[in-house]
Design a protein around this ligand. Structure first.
Ligand SMILES: C[S@@+](CC[C@H](N)C(=O)[O-])C[C@H]1O[C@@H](n2cnc3c(N)ncnc32)[C@H](O)[C@@H]1O
Length: 285
């Protein structure tokens, strides 16, 4: 009889580990059912303004293999961070998001840019039916929107609906250190951010999709008009309302924001991962 002493990749259920880490994440525990839709509804306006004041979209779009004729499926499109600039340089964008607040901002942003080639679908990716809700798209992308508990199922559906490429954007390692500092002060426990890119990569590997990974280290910059603006946004970010919580946030921000050109800035070193694969008829290349 051969006794197995070593664990291999095949022995690890990465999908199950993803699910456990998602359920143990601070946000999931705070929300109990893990549904963040009302959080994103409330955050939508500020998020929509803040993405116009950072270079997040340019950094991502520069990496995509796109042309004027291609169709894009943007999963968790938010206020159109990527959907708006992509609609200017491609044939059509389908934006999926369960937050009606986010999609209202997206539509407003599209209208102010005179864009008419974006279709919005107000659903979670998990609830989308291929065929009745959407058809195939050349490019499928999901940027910082992978909240699905059954990530294997979600990735498999992305692969099925893609004609050319799937691109995923997620964090690599630690997240914004403001959460690490503020969460324990507000909620009395360590901040658990949820699984990062390496779990996605391993789930894909177990699915027979041998994806590419690129890690980018960059400075995440966020601009605020003044301290009150920064406090209001961070109260939303952290889902707190009480005067005591406001004091904690104010004291943290007063010490950490940087004044430059008449505005206040938060500047943080971050690492982001792009995972992508080229679609082949029966899997990936
Ligand atoms: C952090 S925002 C990212 C928005 C945009 N992709 C970006 O990179 O700026 C996350 C968005 O993903 C959406 N989202 C979360 N879970 C989702 C799901 N299961 N299916 C589709 N969208 C989802 C949220 O409603 C929210 O608008």
């Amino acid at each position: 009889m051969v006794i197995k002493t070593k664990m291999t990749m095949k022995d690890i259920d990465w999908n199950e580990i993803w699910k456990e880490l998602m359920q143990e994440s601070s946000w999931s525990r705070r929300r109990r059912n893990g549904d963040m839709t009302d959080f994103w509804d409330k955050r939508a306006k500020h998020y929509s303004e803040s993405i116009k004041r950072n270079n997040h979209a340019d950094r991502i779009i520069a990496k995509l293999d796109i042309d004027l004729d291609c169709t894009i499926l943007d999963i968790g499109a938010g206020p159109g961070t990527l959907a708006i600039p992509l609609a200017k340089t491609t044939k059509h964008v389908t934006a999926i998001d369960p937050s009606s607040g986010m999609l209202a901002c997206l539509k407003e942003n599209a209208m102010s840019e005179g864009l008419e080639n974006i279709t919005c679908i107000n659903k979670k990716w998990e609830d989308i039916e291929i065929g009745s809700d959407i058809a195939e798209h050349d490019i499928v992308l999901a940027s910082h929107s992978l909240t699905m508990l059954d990530i294997k199922e979600a990735l498999s559906k992305m692969n099925d609906v893609a004609k050319r490429y799937v691109y995923l954007f997620s964090f690599a390692g630690g997240r914004m250190c403001d959460y690490n500092t503020l969460w324990p002060k507000l909620y009395g426990e360590e901040y658990q951010p949820g699984p990062d890119y390496i779990y996605l990569y391993n789930v894909l590997y177990r699915m027979g999709i041998y994806a590419n990974v690129e890690i980018t280290n960059y400075e995440h910059k966020q601009q605020f008009s003044n301290l009150d603006d920064a406090i209001a946004q961070w109260k939303e970010n952290l889902d707190v309302l009480t005067p005591d919580a406001e004091e904690v946030i104010k004291s943290h921000l007063s010490r950490n924001l940087i004044e430059e050109d008449g505005a206040l800035w938060s500047k943080r070193e971050m690492s982001s991962a792009m995972i992508w694969w080229r679609k082949k008829e029966n899997g990936n290349e």
